[in-house]
Design a protein around this ligand. Structure first.
Ligand SMILES: Nc1ncnc2c1ncn2[C@@H]1O[C@H](COP(=O)(O)OP(=O)(O)OP(=O)(O)O)[C@@H](O)[C@H]1O
Ligand SMILES: [Mg+2]
Length: 437
C-alpha cells in the first residue's frame, strides 16, 4: 500500500495549499484501502498527528498575524524593524509555540533561541515569574533537531531532597525502602531528546554536584547500581532567580552556572513591554473565546484603561489569566466588576493605592463625571500616568535612576513627570524596600 511521504511535500514550509494536498492524499488512501493492516493504521495515525500539529502551528501563526492586524494602533508606537524581524522569523518557518510579541527584547531572545535550537549547547533561561520561560524551552526544543524526540520537564523545586537523585537518575530495585522495582530517571527518559530543568535555582547543593557530574561525563548511574548508562540529552534550564548572584553568594555552584549558561537568555518582564499589552488582549481574548466557545469579550473603556495601566507583577501569565477570567464571567462586555477583588479599584473613585492599604497602585475610576470626552481622556491618562509612576517607585524602592532604566525612559524626563504629579521619590524609600525584580 502506498502511503504519502509527510516529508516529501514541503512540510517544512507550512502553507494551506500544502496541508490541503496532504489531507487529500490521506483521504484517498483511506477511501481506496480495501483492508488496512495494523501497521498501515499506525502509519496513517502518525501521519494525521503530524498534520494536526502542522494545522495547529499554522493556526497559531495566523492568530499572531490577525491579532497584530486588528490592533494597528499598537504598532504605530512599535518599532517597524521589530515587525520586520518577526516576519523574518515567520518566513524562516520558525516555530513560535504560541509565543507572542514584537518587543525588541523578546525578539532578540527568539532570535537567539532560533540560532541555539539546532545545536546541543545548554541554554539557561531566566526572567521573572510568568514571563514565558517554560514556553521558551519548548520553542527551543521544537525548533531543534531533537523535536521528534522526548521533551522531559523536571521541576527541580518540587522534588524532596531525598528523592532527587532517584527522580533524576532512576534507581535499582531494593536500592532503598520503597524501591520495589527498577525505575528509569528523567535523564534516561530524555535520552536523545531534551531535558528541561525548571527552577534550577532551587536545586540543593548536593543535587548540583550530581548534576555537574552528569553534564561532564554524559552518563548516569541509577541509585543502588554501579553501572554507568550513557545519556545523550540536550539541557535547557530555567530560573526566576539570579544564578550569577547566587553563585557569588555561594548558594549555587559557579562551575555549574557556567556549564548551564553557555547560551543565556533573559526574558523581559511585561512592564518592560507595555506597548504590547493591547495586542496581548486581542491574542488571549481570541484564545479564551475559542476555548470557552464564546464570542471574544468586549471591554468597557474603564476596564481597558485599568488593564493597560496595571502593573502585572505576575507578567504574561497574570494578564492571560485576567483575560480568561473576564471572558468567562462577563456576558458581552466585561467591566471592572469582573476583575478579582484584590486588584479591583475601589468604588467611588478612590484608587487602590499601595500607600493606602498595601494593594496595587492602579488607575482610579473618576468620582465626578467629566464635562467632555476630551476632559475624560485627559483625566484618565493623567491618572494612569500617576499610578504607573507610583507603582514603579514602589517597586524600585524610590530609586528614580532604576525606574528610568526599567521603563527605558530618560531620567530627567522622568523627574519632570514626578514633579508634574507632585510625587516625591523619597516618600517611597522607607516603605516595602526594593520590590519585585
Ligand atoms: N510571549 C508570550 N506569548 C504568549 N504567551 C505567553 C508568552 N509568554 C508567556 N506566555 C504564557 O504565559 C503563561 C506563563 O508562561 P510560562 O509558564 O512559560 O512562564 P514561566 O516564566 O515559566 O513562569 P514561572 O517562573 O512562574 O514558572 C503561559 O500560559 C504561557 O503560555
Ligand atoms: Mg515556569
Amino acid at each position: 500500500m502506498k502511503l504519502f511521504d509527510p516529508h516529501g511535500l514541503g512540510s517544512s514550509a507550512v502553507s494551506y495549499a500544502g496541508l490541503l494536498e496532504k489531507i487529500e492524499i490521506l483521504r484517498s488512501t483511506l477511501r481506496w484501502a480495501p483492508r488496512l493492516e495494523r501497521a498501515d493504521i499506525e502509519k496513517l495515525l502518525s501521519q494525521s498527528n503530524t498534520l494536526r500539529d502542522e494545522v495547529l502551528q499554522l493556526s497559531r501563526k495566523e492568530r499572531f498575524v490577525e491579532a497584530a492586524e486588528r490592533e494597528p494602533e499598537a504598532f504605530v508606537a512599535a518599532d517597524l524593524s521589530a515587525r520586520a524581524r518577526r516576519q523574518a522569523l515567520l518566513d524562516r518557518s520558525f516555530i513560535f509555540e504560541g509565543t507572542f510579541g514584537d518587543n525588541p527584547k523578546l525578539l532578540a531572545a527568539l532570535e537567539i533561541a532560533e540560532k541555539a535550537a539546532p545545536t546541543d549547547l545548554p541554554v539557561l533561561i531566566d526572567g521573572e515569574s510568568g514571563t514565558g520561560k517554560e514556553l521558551m524551552a519548548k520553542v527551543i526544543h521544537a525548533n531543534g533537531a531533537r523535536s521528534d524526540k522526548p521533551y522531559i520537564s523536571v521541576n527541580c523545586g518540587a522534588i524532596p531532597d531525598n528523592l532527587l537523585e532517584s527522580e533524576l537518575f532512576g534507581h535499582k530495585k531494593g536500592a532503598f525502602t520503597g524501591a520495589s522495582n527498577d525505575r528509569k530517571g528523567k535523564f534516561e527518559s530524555a535520552h536523545t531528546g531534551t531535558i528541561f530543568l525548571d527552577e534550577i535555582g532551587e536545586l540543593p547543593l548536593s543535587g548540583q554536584v550530581k548534576l555537574l557530574r552528569v553534564l561532564e561525563a554524559h552518563e548516569i548511574q541509577r541509585v543502588g547500581s554501579d553501572q554507568a548508562i550513557a545519556v545523550d540529552t540536550r539541557i535547557v534550564a530555567a530560573t526566576n532567580r539570579n544564578l550569577r548572584q547566587m553563585s557569588e553568594e555561594g548558594l549555587f555552584r559557579e562551575d555549574l552556572f557556567y556549564r548551564l549558561s553557555v547560551i543565556h537568555l533573559t526574558l523581559p518582564a511585561l512592564r518592560e513591554r507595555r506597548d504590547e499589552i493591547p495586542l496581548l488582549f486581542a491574542y488571549f481574548g481570541d484564545e479564551a473565546a475559542e476555548q470557552l466557545k464564546r464570542r471574544p469579550v468586549k471591554m468597557t473603556p474603564r476596564l481597558r484603561d485599568f488593564l493597560l495601566n496595571y502593573a502585572y507583577p505576575g507578567n504574561i501569565r497574570e494578564l492571560r489569566n485576567l483575560i480568561y477570567r473576564v471572558s468567562c464571567l462577563a456576558a458581552e462586555t466585561a467591566d471592572l466588576e469582573h476583575l478579582p477583588e484584590d486588584i479591583r479599584p475601589k468604588p467611588g473613585g478612590a484608587a487602590l493605592r499601595a500607600d493606602a492599604d498595601g494593594g496595587d497602585g492602579v488607575a482610579a475610576v473618576p468620582a465626578v463625571a467629566p464635562a467632555s470626552l476630551a476632559e475624560a481622556k485627559r483625566a484618565a491618562s493623567d491618572e494612569a500616568e500617576r499610578a504607573f509612576l507610583e507603582r514603579g517607585l514602589q517597586e524600585t524602592g524610590g530609586t528614580v535612576a532604576e525606574l528610568a532604566r526599567r521603563c527605558e525612559m530618560n531620567r530627567s524626563h522622568l523627574q519632570m513627570l514626578l514633579k508634574k504629579h507632585g510625587i516625591r521619590s523619597k516618600d517611597f524609600r522607607h516603605r516595602n524596600g526594593v520590590g519585585r525584580g
